[in-house]
Design a protein around this ligand. Structure first.
Ligand SMILES: *[C@@H]1O[C@H](CO)[C@@H](O)[C@H](O)[C@H]1NC(C)=O
Ligand SMILES: *[C@@H]1O[C@H](CO)[C@@H](O)[C@H](O)[C@H]1NC(C)=O
Ligand SMILES: *[C@@H]1O[C@H](CO)[C@@H](O)[C@H](O)[C@H]1NC(C)=O
Length: 333
């Protein structure tokens, strides 16, 4: 269903070659995938995060309702905002948790679509390479997990960003768990290359809607709150490139924060299993459009001119709806 776009890769190489005289590019660009839109030109999908607990903590109830809503919206794919397998990621590609927390849980016909997954901090506590392995995709064709990548669907483009390596305490706190940093070190080089790649991909994007997905919060009124490293390093790039939505997990709740100083909407979908329950910080009520501390998930329907978002609880009740329009011309700006 999904294949790397050779056209855009060729374009990018050509583009890079032109700039070769000015500077030496320090990294390979982010891998790009194309996802077709529906015949009517729309796209719909679900977002779930912080889920892999072998069905426990209402993971199964969330999965059931995702199946129902997924059917109703005729979804094209599912996005996972990370923390795919608790507590410590996968131990290896044959870890039975892949079946117990993914294959055997999201069984509804409507969920048999492509899943685009990022890694969360808990995934980094296991064997990261296992989650990135094509062996998992062979076992279940829905599975696609990379550290950072791009999904292009024409008028909308998704930028998946590996946020765990940004967080200082995972590297410095002696009480922290052990993380699998293979492929990340030296850290500063990894982070600056990643930021550069995200910045240039966003700058080059001609998509009308730009959606960035990462595990960690940028703005959140829940337990983890603001991720200061992302606020300092990633947010300025997102603002400078006029992205529309930042979508994350990490805080085990559902949230919509509508920033008053930029157009960016901050959407937390981290209610895939164990929920925080009652853990809320103070936040400007003018910005906080939804805070729900139980389990659930989010839906999105996108056309050339509209984005519509919905949040659902474990019974499939709609907790919050929000929408935004852009006229036809604004894409050419
Ligand atoms: C499952 O969801 C229901 C409804 O929100 C809630 O009352 C219950 O406590 C949840 N169970 C767990 C284990 O979180
Ligand atoms: C997991 O599911 C896959 C696909 O259904 C199957 O091939 C594999 O044997 C299962 N593994 C385990 C450990 O149950
Ligand atoms: C590590 O844990 C110990 C015992 O719980 C605590 O006293 C100490 O302050 C912690 N250190 C850090 C850096 O959080």
């Amino acid at each position: 269903m999904v294949s790397p776009s050779h056209n855009s890769m060729i374009f990018f190489l050509f583009f890079t070659a032109n700039l070769w005289l000015c500077f030496v590019p320090s990294t390979a660009e982010l891998k790009r995938f194309e996802h077709p839109v529906k015949a009517d030109g729309s796209l719909s999908f679900l977002v779930v995060g912080d889920w892999g607990r072998k069905g426990l903590y209402n993971q199964s109830l969330v999965a059931t309702q995702m199946g129902v809503v997924g059917e109703k919206l005729d979804i094209d794919f599912v996005i996972s905002t990370g923390d795919n397998f608790y507590e410590d990621g996968l131990t290896e590609v044959s870890d039975p948790a892949f079946n117990e927390s993914f294959i055997n849980i999201y069984t509804a016909p409507s969920l048999q679509k492509q899943w685009y997954n990022v890694l969360g901090n808990h995934d980094y506590r296991g064997d990261v390479e296992a989650q990135l392995s094509p062996i998992l995709t062979k076992m279940d064709h829905r599975w696609l997990c990379l550290r950072s990548f791009i999904v292009n669907a024409g008028f909308v483009e998704f930028f998946f960003v590996d946020t765990t390596p940004f967080v200082n305490e995972y590297f410095t706190d002696p009480n922290e768990s052990t993380y699998d940093w293979k492929g990340i070190l030296p850290r500063q080089e990894y982070l600056s290359n990643l930021l550069e790649d995200v910045d240039s991909a966003l700058r080059d994007s001609t998509a009308k809607w730009k959606i960035v997905v990462g595990h960690h919060t940028i703005k959140s009124a829940a337990q983890h709150g603001i991720t200061i490293e992302l606020e300092e390093q990633l947010l300025p790039i997102l603002q400078a490139n006029n992205i529309d939505l930042y979508v994350n997990g990490h805080d085990h709740c559902l949230e919509h924060i509508s920033s008053t100083n930029s157009q960016i909407q901050f959407l937390t979908s981290g209610g895939g299993s164990k929920a925080w329950r009652g853990d809320i910080r103070e936040w400007n009520p003018e910005e906080l459009k939804l805070y729900y501390d139980g389990q659930g998930f989010m839906s999105m329907q996108i056309t050339q001119t509209h984005v519509d978002i919905g949040f659902y609880d474990v019974f499939g009740n709609v907790l919050h709806k929000w929408g935004i329009s852009k006229d036809h011309d604004s894409a050419e700006l």
